[in-house]
Design a protein around this ligand. Structure first.
Ligand SMILES: [Zn+2]
Length: 164
């Protein structure tokens, strides 16, 4: 239950982890730190959105979104089961998914940012590839390695507990 107490103790911050933690942690794993901040902000803004209309034609769902306490605001997101397209065109201009897309991801129970909405140049992979290509293998993301190690320790411990 520690997440519950974490939530309480930091409820004054705009903590996103309470809203879409699965997408947020996925974003944290793929984006560079700088871009992650921006992506988090978009996830946060998804909290202000309200669906005003939803329709489906031939497997393509269209969500019309308005914003809490904001007159005249309207965006529409089309989801065909694999790709998202938003009328604000933020992905086309900035290269990251917008708050509207994150909102529809929540509605559709999508827990990963689709790969077609992730530009390689904004990802950690791009950094690693660059480092590898310039022969600086020592600089490979130590956090990622630590994370993987921690994960396998946890698995071993779980197995031990079962045995006990
Ligand atoms: Zn949008």
């Amino acid at each position: 239950m520690s997440w519950f107490f974490d939530f309480k103790s930091s409820s004054t911050d705009p903590v996103l982890s309470t809203q879409l933690p699965v997408i947020e942690s996925h974003a944290g794993k793929i984006y560079t730190a700088e871009l992650f901040k921006e992506v988090r902000h978009e996830i946060l803004k998804a909290g202000e959105l309200i669906v005003s209309d939803k329709s489906e034609v031939g497997g393509r769902k269209t969500y019309r979104l308005t914003k809490y306490c904001k007159d005249g605001y309207e965006r529409s997101v089309v989801y065909d089961g694999s790709t998202f397209e938003c009328s604000c065109k933020r992905f086309e201009s900035r290269g990251i998914p917008c708050s509207h897309i994150f909102y529809v991801m929540k509605e559709e129970h999508v827990d990963r940012i689709p790969s077609n909405l992730v530009l390689t140049r904004w990802t950690k992979d791009a950094k690693i590839q660059f480092l590898n290509s310039s022969n600086c293998n020592d600089n490979v993301d130590l956090n990622t390695i630590a994370e993987v190690r921690f994960g396998s320790y946890c698995n071993v411990l779980t197995e031990l507990c079962k045995e006990a």
